[in-house]
Write a protein that binds this ligand. Structure first.
Ligand code: GLN
Length: 548
């Protein structure tokens, strides 16, 4: 690793939220990584929850889980998918966590005699956390994304901490400000005023941005770049266009064309004579943009109105599609809209069914109807976490004849609790961070389909986020009738994977494979599921073939 002090890059946002700070951070990180540097990205979220684990997905989308069991913001998923390196608890910090540790220290007496205040105590705690990953000595660059928009009351302490970092680290620290240039249709021009105002707010807090990345729906001409440079005190080459992209995976290449990485290196006093090696990334883009086939896959869940709720699943399908030279179109189907009467129509032309993770009762019967249809019609099926649990319930009810089979999460009074709380979970009273979280090993059964899919592995590691489990009291009944436990926790014997004997592709996983799919390493379960979908003949196609 090159030897120079860790460089800190802070990415702030202006004008509106949702401009894609996570993607810009990940794209810059990708380019620096492609030049041979080691890079990590962290996100600081200004809300007061300790972590997003207790948040409804409608709030901020999916909760992403790391190997070490941290429940984090979905942007960490992008960081991992772009960089192909795992993140951890240290990569996501919230205001709640910052205050919790300051208050803990106060109660312990660490500040004895002092008034505990936002400055310096909260800002010191923020700065310590900005520096934690750098302290490992593993990174040349630590990119920190500050959630929210500059000017929000709740993000003020973070901006103040960035100001102090810039003062303390001088040339080893810079700020990239991501803003929006709105396009006015009536006059046909891009407007710079909101960006000027947002930079003014940053300046009021003492932070001079070094680079402006400007989201826009059309190219930004030299006049506008010059104007922004002049009003915002940045070099003209540091005004970077971030035009709307067809896919997020194109953004690193767009940033490379705009020389974002070069400007960053120059400002941080590093050589610019290396060239980013983006060969494999560009090959992936090539597969992505020229698919040979198209398949439609149904994603059954109860948060489908907000697609961010299933971000890692939809991204996994992009990776798996590209590696099969296919475009996977996701048909988002609300589980509350599915019944045994409607499902055949809803699944017309569908070549694969995924039943999504989730919590609580809403939409469960729809998920079960979807699974029954996929099982009986031999459509490739992947059940993830709650999706696997529903597959067990469906099999219990419709194959084993346990009419009221259920999970005790939905029906505590069921006489067939085929899914039940783990013993250790029965004592849990606090909701935050108490599920079975993070990476656990899973032994794969010799000769199973799933072992083939994992390229013959004997043991795998996958990430978890659940309280309930397959109830092993019923294992004998299920296996006899054809639903096999083909992946189990090596010590605890917990069932982690089930597959059906008489079905071309029917797999349920208690873990979340979607958290581990990256551009460089598409997840084998998704890759094989798409392959199975491409081979599947829909009932209409099967009839056509018979006629020929
Ligand atoms: N609600 C289920 C459980 O807690 C499944 C969780 C999930 O799908 N992530 O076990």
């Amino acid at each position: 690793m090159s030897s120079f002090p860790t460089k800190y890059i802070f990415v702030t946002g202006g004008v509106t939220s949702s401009l894609g700070k996570g993607i810009i951070s990940a794209s810059l990180a990708k380019l620096l990584q492609a030049r041979g540097y080691s890079v990590t990205i962290q996100k600081f979220d200004p809300y007061i929850n300790i972590d997003p684990g207790t948040l409804n997905p409608y709030e901020h989308g999916e909760c992403f889980v790391t190997d070490d069991g941290a429940e984090t913001d979905l942007d960490l998923g992008h960081y991992e998918r772009f960089l192909n390196i795992p993140t951890s608890q240290a990569n996501n910090v919230t205001t709640g966590r910052v205050y919790q540790s300051v208050i803990d220290k106060e109660r312990k007496g660490d500040y004895l005699g002092k008034t505990v205040q936002v400055i310096p105590h909260i800002t010191d705690e923020i700065k310590n956390r900005f520096r934690i990953l750098a302290k490992s000595g593993n990174y040349n660059f630590v990119i920190t994304e500050i959630g929210g928009t500059v000017g929000d009351i709740e993000s003020l302490p973070y901006i103040e901490a960035v100001r102090q970092m810039k003062w303390e680290h001088g040339k080893d620290c810079l700020n990239i400000h991501l803003t929006l240039l709105p396009y006015l249709h009536t006059t046909g021009e891009l407007k710079t005023k909101p960006t000027q105002h947002s930079v003014k707010s940053l300046l009021e807090y003492g932070v001079q941005p070094d680079i402006l990345v400007c989201r826009s729906i059309c190219p930004i001409d030299e006049d506008i770049r010059q104007k922004l440079a002049r009003f915002c005190n940045v070099a003209q080459e540091a005004v970077i266009e971030a035009i709307d992209a067809r896919t997020i995976y194109e953004v690193p290449v767009l940033m490379e064309n705009e020389k974002l990485d070069e400007v960053v290196l120059k400002k941080l006093g590093l050589p610019t004579d290396t060239i980013p090696d983006m060969k494999s990334w560009k090959e992936f883009l090539e597969h992505l943009s020229h698919p040979k086939n198209l398949i439609r896959v149904a994603l059954v869940g109860k948060y489908v109105e907000l697609k961010d709720s299933y971000k890692s699943i939809s991204e996994s399908f992009i990776h798996a599609g590209a590696s099969n030279d296919a475009k996977v179109e996701i048909e988002w189907i609300h589980s509350e809209d599915i019944t045994e009467e409607t499902v055949a129509k809803q699944f017309e032309g569908i070549r694969g069914v995924v039943v999504a993770p989730g919590f609580g009762k809403r939409g469960i019967e729809g998920k079960i109807a979807a699974i029954k249809y996929a099982r009986e019609n031999k459509i490739p099926f992947l059940g993830i976490c709650l999706g696997m649990q529903c597959a067990v319930i469906e099999f219990g009810r419709n194959v084993l004849g346990f009419k009221d089979a259920h999970s005790t999460e939905m029906n505590p009074a069921t006489s067939h609790a085929v899914i039940d709380l783990q013993e250790a979970q029965k004592k849990v009273t606090r909701m935050g961070g108490t599920m079975r979280l993070g990476s656990y090993p899973c032994s794969l059964k010799e000769g199973s389909k799933v072992q083939q899919i994992y390229h013959g592995a004997k043991e795998i590691n996958e990430r978890h986020r659940h309280r309930y489990e397959f109830n092993n009291e019923y294992l004998g009944d299920f296996e006899k009738a054809g639903m096999k436990a083909v992946g189990v926790h090596p010590e605890a014997g917990l069932v982690e994977i089930i597959e059906l004997k008489d079905h071309p592709w029917f797999i349920g996983v208690q873990f979340h494979p979607e958290y581990k799919s990256t551009v460089a390493n598409p997840h084998p379960l998704f890759v094989d599921f798409v392959k199975a979908g491409l081979q599947y003949k829909t009932p209409q196609e099967a009839v056509k073939k018979e006629k020929v």
